[in-house]
Design a protein around this ligand. Structure first.
Ligand SMILES: [Zn+2]
Length: 126
């Protein structure tokens, strides 16, 4: 491929088969894309869809949406706050009185909805 293009390809460049057929090496079927683009295309072909969670911050009560893998559901822990600041403040409230009904209800209400972005956006009451 690099010989036919008449130039050296960057080390991060990948040669992609446009039609997905790895045996079809005609020039019309080949394109140079980045590793990130290649990974994105492969994920789409596998039907991988990002899952989002609609959350209510236990610190300030604000509603926000975050990719599920960026929440405590995937990373461990017991809640996800909207910011480091809120996370620190809420951690302090838990330490002070873990049985405070307001702390418990804030934890209960932390996760509102989980799903593809469209269904998260349309979550009732958000
Ligand atoms: Zn907050």
């Amino acid at each position: 491929m690099s010989i036919e293009l008449g130039k050296r390809l960057a080390k991060t460049a990948h040669v992609d088969h446009i039609d997905g057929d790895k045996l079809n090496d005609t020039l019309e079927n080949l394109q140079v894309i980045s590793l990130a683009e290649n990974n994105k295309k492969a994920a789409l072909e596998r039907g991988v869809e990002r899952t989002y969670a609609a959350l209510r911050c236990p610190g300030c009560g604000r509603r926000f949406v975050r990719e599920r893998r960026q929440t405590h559901l995937a990373k461990g822990g017991i809640y996800t706050a909207c910011s480091r600041s809120c996370s620190g403040k809420f951690q302090h409230r838990i330490r002070k009185d873990p049985k405070d009904p307001k702390v418990i209800s804030a934890l209960d209400e932390n996760i509102q909805t989980i799903g593809p972005y469209s269904s998260v956006e349309a979550a009732p009451g958000s």
